[in-house]
Design a protein around this ligand. Structure first.
Ligand code: NAD
Length: 314
C-alpha cells in the first residue's frame, strides 16, 4: 500500500471521485480548489459518501472509511499542493482558457518528478500544454462517470509527453484498481467518445427518421448489445460470432457491414435539428422525469456496483 502524495486540483464531482479512488489504495490525497466553500463541501461529502459505501459493503480497498478519510487533506495554495506530489490529477471545469491558465501556473511551480494528468473529456493535451517548459510531464487521464464504479481510464499523451509519464500514469491507475488503456497518440474525442458518438449519431438518425421510439432504440442497447458489451468488446464479440473467429466473421459479414454503413447518411447536426431534439427530450422525460434524474442515477450506480462484483467472477 502506497503512502505517496497525490494532488487533486478541483474538488467537484470528478475531483472527489478521484480522491476516493486514490485513498482506497492508501495514497495521501491533498485537494485544492479556488473556492473555499467547494473544499468544505467536498470534505463533508467525502466523509458521508465513504461511510455510506462502507455500510453498503461497497467501499473499495482494505482500509476502513474513517482511515481513508484521514488520508485526505486540503489546501488553498497551489504551491503547497505540488510539493512532494508524485501525481496531480486536474479536475477543473471543461473550459480551455481555465485549463490553459492553470497549466501555465503549474508549469512554474511543478517539481520535475511530478506528472500532471487532466481529467478532461474533450481537450487533447497539446491544446493546453503546447508552450510550457514541463510539457513532457503532462497528459490526459480521462475517467468515465461515475469513476468509482466504472474502471476505464483513457491515457492520452501529447506529442511531447514522455514515455515515462505514460507508463507511470498507467501503473498508478492499475495500483488503484482502475483499468487504464493507452492511446499511442492524441486524437479528438479519444476512444470512448469517438465510439459513443458513433452510437449516438445512429440512434439520433433512427429516432429522427421516425423508424424507432426512444424507448425501443435504447432497448437495443440495454437489453441487447449492451449485455454482451458488459463482458466483451466489439472485436472479441465478432471473434466469437463466427466458427473460424474474427477473420471468418469479417469475411462472412464484411460485405453486409459495408453495405449497411453506406446507408447511414450524413452526420447529424444535433445543434440544428431542433425538432428531433424536442422529440427525443419529450420521450426521455416521459421515461425519466427531470425531477427523478437523481433517483435514476442512484439506481445506475447501484447496478454498476453489482455489475463490477459480477465482472470480477469472469
Ligand atoms: P465540477 O464543476 O463538478 O468541479 C469543478 C471544480 O473545479 C469546482 O469545485 C470549481 O470550484 C473548481 N475550479 C474551478 N476553477 C478552478 C481553478 N482554476 N483551480 C482550482 N479549482 C478550480 O466539474 P466536474 O464535473 O468534476 O469536471 C471536472 C473535469 O472532469 C472536467 O474536465 C470534465 O470534462 C472532466 N470529466 C467530467 C465527467 C463528468 O461526467 N462530470 C466525466 C469525465 C471527465
Amino acid at each position: 500500500m502506497s503512502h505517496q502524495k497525490i494532488g487533486i486540483v478541483g474538488s467537484g464531482l470528478i475531483g472527489r471521485a478521484w480522491a476516493m479512488l486514490f485513498t482506497s489504495a492508501g495514497y495521501r490525497v491533498q485537494l485544492y480548489d479556488i473556492l473555499d466553500i467547494q473544499i468544505e463541501t467536498a470534505l463533508q461529502e467525502l466523509n458521508k459518501e465513504l461511510h455510506q459505501l462502507e455500510q453498503k459493503g461497497s467501499l473499495r480497498g482494505q482500509l476502513k472509511a474513517k482511515e481513508q478519510f484521514e488520508l485526505i487533506s486540503v489546501t488553498s495554495k497551489l504551491e503547497e499542493l505540488v510539493q512532494n506530489a508524485v501525481h496531480i490529477q486536474e479536475c477543473i471545469p471543461e473550459k480551455l482558457e481555465l485549463k490553459q491558465e492553470l497549466y501555465g501556473k503549474l508549469d512554474e511551480i511543478l517539481e520535475c518528478g511530478t506528472i500532471v494528468a487532466s481529467s478532461t473529456s474533450t481537450f487533447m493535451p497539446s491544446l493546453y500544454s503546447k508552450d510550457l517548459s514541463k510539457k513532457q510531464q503532462m497528459l490526459v487521464a480521462h475517467p468515465l462517470n461515475p469513476p468509482y464504479f466504472i474502471p476505464l481510464v483513457e491515457i492520452v499523451p501529447a506529442p511531447w509527453t514522455s514515455a515515462e509519464a505514460v507508463e507511470r500514469t498507467y501503473d498508478l491507475m492499475v495500483s488503484i484498481g482502475q483499468r487504464p488503456v493507452k492511446l499511442k497518440r492524441e486524437i479528438q474525442g479519444f476512444a470512448t467518445n469517438r465510439i459513443q458518438y458513433a452510437i449516438l449519431n445512429e440512434v439520433w438518425r433512427l429516432v429522427g427518421s421516425g423508424i424507432m421510439t426512444v424507448n425501443d432504440v435504447d432497448t437495443v442497447l440495454s437489453q441487447g448489445l449492451g449485455l454482451r458489451y458488459a463482458l466483451l468488446g466489439s472485436l472479441e464479440t465478432a471473434h466469437l460470432n463466427a466458427p473460424g473467429g474474427v477473420k471468418d466473421y469479417f469475411q462472412r459479414f464484411g460485405g453486409e457491414i459495408s453495405a449497411v454503413s453506406a446507408t447511414y447518411g450524413p452526420t447529424p447536426n444535433t445543434l440544428k435539428e431542433e425538432e428531433t431534439l424536442d422529440d427525443i427530450a419529450q420521450q426521455c422525460e416521459k421515461i425519466v422525469p427531470l425531477d427523478k434524474l437523481s433517483a435514476r442515477r442512484a439506481t445506475r450506480d447501484a447496478f454498476l456496483t453489482e455489475l463490477a462484483k459480477l465482472k470480477k467472477q469472469f
